[in-house]
Design a binder for this molecule. Structure first.
Ligand code: FES
Length: 151
């Protein structure tokens, strides 16, 4: 038996229909919103810092290694390639802004969030990252390393 509303009050059927439609909408939103966030990367804001000096002796950075440093309000990644070159990049993944890291076992840069891979030039080579990492200029100055944004 169906109870009908009277006097302008919503019936139980209308309430149930409203509730199910709302629940279905909430369910669909909870499914498709994360998918859309995964597929459409957010814009990544620029760091305000232009140069940072690390109190790291360049000779102490071992080949095939990497370390995170702070570049303004964002993380940076300093690496020494297996052939001995010092390079630095923004450590903010171009996919969904997780912090990337150097993987000595792969000899390249990796993002753990969604298995994104970047080569030693910061170029996205596998996984969902849509563009390369921002590369910085690295200068060894005595017992310090100066990292700056390229002009
Ligand atoms: S945030 Fe998704 S691969 Fe880096």
């Amino acid at each position: 038996m169906i109870e009908e509303g009277c006097g302008g009050k919503p019936s139980r059927r209308k309430f149930i229909n409203w509730f199910l439609n709302t629940a279905a909408g909430a369910f669909l939103l909870s499914v498709f919103y994360p998918i859309s966030r995964y597929l459409i990367p957010p814009p990544v804001g620029e760091s305000t810092a232009a140069t940072v000096t690390l109190p790291t002796n360049p000779t102490e950075v071992k080949p095939n290694s990497g370390q995170i440093f702070k570049f303004g309000n964002r993380p940076g990644l300093l690496i020494r390639t297996p052939t001995g070159e010092l390079r630095a990049f923004s450590a903010v993944c171009t996919h969904l802004a997780c912090t990337v890291q150097y993987r000595p076992d792969l000899s390249h840069i990796w993002c753990a969030c969604h298995n994104g891979h970047f080569d030693l030039n910061g170029i996205n080579i596998a996984g969902p990252p849509p563009r390369p990492l921002e590369q910085y200029v690295v200068q060894a100055r005595g017992k310090k390393i100066v990292i700056s944004k390229s002009a």
